[in-house]
Design a binder for this molecule. Structure first.
Ligand SMILES: NC(=O)c1ccc[n+]([C@@H]2O[C@H](COP(=O)([O-])OP(=O)(O)OC[C@H]3O[C@@H](n4cnc5c(N)ncnc54)[C@H](OP(=O)(O)O)[C@@H]3O)[C@@H](O)[C@H]2O)c1
Length: 279
């Protein structure tokens, strides 16, 4: 059982990654990003998830610097955007992200979307393997990869992805993909765990939360962790950043877990990776 905000899972290369982190999608660059990151780190978070396309890496970097916590204690993720896919362009995009963040290495670098229509994710992966072998990133992975994208990638890969970050929340629980990733030793990480706030008035989650004095957001985050999925809820508000991490003093029962599992509709709320062709 995950017992604290500092608890980690061990990726297949031995690197330890926190189970719970802060997401910063749609967080404005500058003060909003730096203040959110600082609030999270002040309250014990170690892991921050950004991406080049969020256009807030400078603010995130500022927050990291001003947090006063040493770099080695933190776990920083960024992602290569679709228009930068390809070998050389990914290497260049990585350097740009690193410079904006003001860091000299990343803990995790992900291919943001497979964008199969571009046909570049294998070349992009080769660039990630180089960055990994050069010691510029401690772990590499993918995001939004379905099983067939992973199979294609793994066929020619020297290094298997360590993480697959995907849409995952009670309405879209990705059971088959999770089973496949487990077989492959790939850790699944949830994006939009709260379905961007849409699930917070769900009556099942409210009812389960009432038993423990917990909010629907806290119930979802606990369900993520008990499902073996890393989670990165986003908030710019310190009280919610604190609340979202106040999930270590209760445990959902098997019946609670099964009841939440039943909320799965099998339908995505956001883009389908096979159709996501925004560059
Ligand atoms: N790889 C990808 O393609 C991808 C796609 C989407 C997201 N992500 C990553 O996943 C992270 C999380 O996903 P997300 O940002 O899309 O959505 P989310 O974490 O599911 O939900 C965030 C929304 O919920 C609100 N919220 C957070 N905690 C709350 C609480 N305790 N009570 C009430 N409302 C609360 C936030 O508002 P306030 O900020 O106002 O509190 C925000 O509107 C992102 O930030 C990003 O790092 C990755």
């Amino acid at each position: 059982m995950v017992k604290s905000l500092q608890d980690t899972t061990t990726l297949h290369n031995g690197v330890k990654m926190p189970w719970l982190g802060l997401g910063v999608f749609k967080v404005k660059d500058g003060k909003e990003a730096s203040e959110s990151v600082k609030a999270a780190i002040k309250n014990g978070y170690k892991s921050i998830d950004t991406a080049a396309i969020y256009e807030n890496e400078e603010g995130v970097g500022q927050g990291i610097k001003e947090s006063g916590v040493s770099r080695e204690e933190l776990f920083i993720t960024s992602k290569v955007w679709n228009s930068d896919q390809g070998y050389e362009s990914t290497l260049a995009a990585f350097e740009t992200s690193l410079n904006k963040l003001g860091l000299d290495y990343l803990d995790l670098y992900l291919i943001h979307w497979p964008t199969p229509a571009q046909g570049k994710f294998k070349d992009t992966w080769k660039a990630l393997e180089k960055l990994y072998k050069d010691g510029k990133v401690r772990a590499i992975g993918v995001s939004n990869f379905k099983e067939h994208h992973l199979e294609e990638l793994i066929k020619d890969a020297e290094i298997k992805p360590m993480v697959n970050q995907v849409e995952f929340h009670p309405n879209f629980a990705q059971k088959e993909l999770r089973t496949y990733c487990k077989e492959q030793g790939i850790q699944v990480e949830a994006w939009s765990p709260l379905k961007q706030g849409e699930l917070l008035d769900d009556s099942t989650l409210i009812k389960i939360g009432e038993k423990y004095g917990k909010s629907p957001a806290q119930v979802i985050i606990r369900w993520d962790l008990q499902s073996g999925v890393i989670t990165i809820p986003k908030s710019t508000k310190e009280h919610r950043i604190i609340d979202n991490a106040d999930v270590f003093d209760f445990e959902l029962t098997q019946e609670d877990m099964e009841e939440i599992d039943k909320l799965d509709t099998g339908k995505r709320a956001f883009a389908d990776p096979d159709e996501m062709n925004k560059y």
